[in-house]
Design a protein around this ligand. Sequence first.
Ligand code: DGP
Length: 210
Amino acid sequence: MACKRGALIVLEGVDKAGKTTQCNRLVQALQQSGRPAEMMRFPDRTTTIGQLISAYLEKKSDLEDHAVHLLFSANRWELVPLMKKKLEQGITLVVDRYAFSGVAFTSAKPGFCLDWCMKPDVGLPKPDLVMFLQLSPAEAALRGQFGEERYETSVFQRAVQQKFDQLRKDPAVNWQVIDASQSVEDVHENISTHSLNTVNAAQNRPLGEL
Ligand code: DGP
């Protein structure tokens, strides 16, 4: 009998929402329950394209806004063969940011519309579940200062939050909003419940496309 596919689970949200901590916790929990799982993150700064993106984020280089948008998308596309292989092997992928960050961050810049920003990611594997870790800008500020990277200002993050609010209206994507102001443990419980349901349901459904 063919092996049942893994689920593609994405965590999105503004900076400081706790995505990376929760991705790690979720992978651990899935593995401990006997379900193969691995974490991925975008941008993946280890590839050649990822290194260009990393230098841009660290403000070591400047890139034209459309060009960098396409690089972020190319960084996702270059990992699609690996993602598909793992999903087919029955491994659930827990992904820290995906195409939705791509659209939200670029469309928060002046002169960009959602429609143009979404185009390069059309055809990417569609997540079975996207959990949005919701945290108000005021609560995010309580979690400490932003870092030094590009985009890490409260004004820009508020604009990104608004773009995510628009993206979440798309009924073609399975969005779940998670209250990220709760304790790490409570957020984890919430995320785990949604994920277990998704892992079970995804086994019997073909992988979709964005
Ligand atoms: P992180 O490694 O999760 O801190 O993300 C790096 C930064 O890059 C973060 O501020 C969000 C932003 N980002 C992530 N994906 C994209 C994308 O596809 N396009 C743009 N413009 N920014 C992105």
